[in-house]
Design a protein around this ligand. Structure first.
Ligand code: NDP
Length: 443
């Protein structure tokens, strides 16, 4: 019998913590897991899941527009925001309960409330109870960075009492772009302000261009190369970074999406000597181990890659390593990722500039009008771009913008992870007519 109350104490019931706790318990560990808010974490409660539900709802306005050219008359279509919010809340409640239930079925002790570290092996719970643990996993995630002033973040955007007529969004990353499309599709006049000339820094340059085109085509007033100078009572004042000119933009609500910070304060990490980086993220090695040997961390709190499937993989690898007798380290290569814009963006592997920096490449691309819109009058292009390492013909990057891009890239990512060569794409039969067939027809 171990000298500790439990073998593993997990702080945080989000994607990474829940997976780690469940797998460790299935490996036979005695597990306790604490969550201070709601089970499911960012992804389930205020991230991927509600966002995707909003994307689906928002896309309906496009479908209605497109339907006209296909012979439909749709009269009197109206949208009710409270219905969407309530439906989303019901689905989140269902998922959140399922997360906790799954843990209980795995025989983990499920603790609702905050847990803080007193020392590397002791946790204090709300109410004063203390639990000792052989291993501690910190999986507390992150929270939006908030500038001073009257700004909402994505957290509040999910619960607005009513849709505004005009909304300003500051930021050019995933959240800013996705929410600009969501609200534009729901009929809000959206202005998107970001400091780079193009949104989505870090993505392939051609994808970024398509992202800007897509935003404008969706009616978003996309202002690249601007700073926010001031939040006023009636909106914001923006400043052109090149000319210094300022301009006032009216909006009832201003939303900020400037990245996220880790929730590492008041956890007792400092008292235990856990090393944080300059931005407060927990520093870990490829085993997700901190500098304190029995304390590990996974997910957004580590600042590695802030994506749900990565947190899940990290949590699972941790549990297999520490409790399953299967050492599994984590590398963060070839991560497929999607921005659920309208049209969607998805990518796996290297951008063209990154690939070129590593050696000679061949680049194949197709940019075409999707058949989906042939009758609708919608002017929207699909981009499929494949980057191939010249030395051995291996596909090192795939970038798709267009309907179903995330579905296409997720499937293609299997082949790319297996080391597919361009010649493998070439010998794959096309499925006609599809968007994805262009992937095997690029010459
Ligand atoms: P991102 O890191 O994606 O984007 C942050 C944006 O804020 C960038 O455009 C950045 O500009 C800008 N920014 C940062 N600081 C400043 C500043 N001081 N002044 C002006 N602009 C600034 O963060 P998000 O908040 O959008 O999302 C957080 C993370 O959550 C994402 O990185 C992603 O990992 C994850 N996520 C994933 C989603 C998905 O998988 N579909 C959806 C939503 C979130 P610049 O580029 O110039 O630095």
């Amino acid at each position: 019998m171990s000298q500790y109350d439990v073998d593993l104490f997990v702080i945080g019931g989000g994607s990474g913590g829940v997976r780690a706790g469940r797998i460790a318990a299935e490996h036979g560990a005695r597990v306790a897991i604490a969550e201070a808010d709601r089970w499911g974490g960012t992804c389930v409660i205020r991230g991927c899941v509600p966002k995707k539900l909003f994307v689906y709802a928002s896309e309906v306005s496009r479908a209605i527009d497109d339907a006209r050219g296909q012979g439909w008359t749709i009269e009197g279509a109206t949208f009710d925001w409270p219905t969407l919010v309530a439906g989303k809340d019901r689905e989140i409640a269902r998922l959140s309960a399922a997360y906790a239930d799954r843990l209980r079925r795995a025989k983990a002790e499920v603790i609702e409330g905050r847990a803080t570290l007193v020392d590397p092996h002791t946790l204090e719970l709300a109410g004063g109870r203390r639990v000792t643990a052989g291993t501690v996993l910190v999986a507390v995630g992150g929270t939006p960075r908030r500038p001073p002033g009257d700004w909402i973040t994505s957290d509040e955007a999910f619960h607005l009492p009513a849709l505004p007529a005009r909304l300003v969004i500051h930021g050019g990353g995933y959240i800013a772009v996705e929410f600009a499309h969501i609200f534009a599709g729901l009929g809000v006049a959206v202005t998107l302000i970001h400091r780079e000339p193009l949104p989505l820094r870090g993505f392939d340059p051609e994808v970024r261009e398509e992202a800007a085109i897509g935003l404008r085509a969706h009616g978003v007033d996309e202002l690249g190369g601007f700073d926010v100078a001031e939040r006023t009572e009636t909106g914001v004042v923006v400043r052109d970074r090149e000319t210094g000119d300022t301009r006032a933009i009216a909006a009832e609500i201003a939303m900020t999406a400037l990245g996220r910070r880790p929730m590492t304060t008041e956890l007792g990490l400092e008292a235990c000597g856990v090393a944080l980086d300059a931005n407060g993220f927990i520093s870990v090695d490829e085993w997700s181990r901190t500098n304190v040997p029995n304390i590990y961390a996974v997910g957004d709190v580590t600042g590695r890659v802030a994506l749900t499937p990565i947190a899940i993989r990290e949590g699972h690898a941790f549990a297999d390593t520490v409790f399953g007798g299967r050492p599994t380290s984590i590398t963060h290569d070839l991560i497929p990722t999607a921005v659920f814009a309208q049209p969607a963006i998805a990518t796996v592997g290297l951008t063209e500039p990154d690939a070129r920096a590593r050696g000679d490449v061949r680049v194949f691309r197709a940019r075409f009008k999707s058949m989906r819109y042939a009758l609708t009058g919608r002017v929207e292009h699909v981009l499929i771009k494949v980057i191939v390492r010249a030395s051995d013909d291996v596909v090192v990057g795939l970038h798709v913008v267009g309907p179903d891009a995330p579905e296409i890239v997720q499937a293609a990512a299997i082949a790319i992870t297996m080391g597919a060569k361009k010649s493998d794409l070439d010998r794959t039969f096309a499925m006609h007519p599809t968007t994805a067939e262009e992937l095997v027809l690029l010459r």
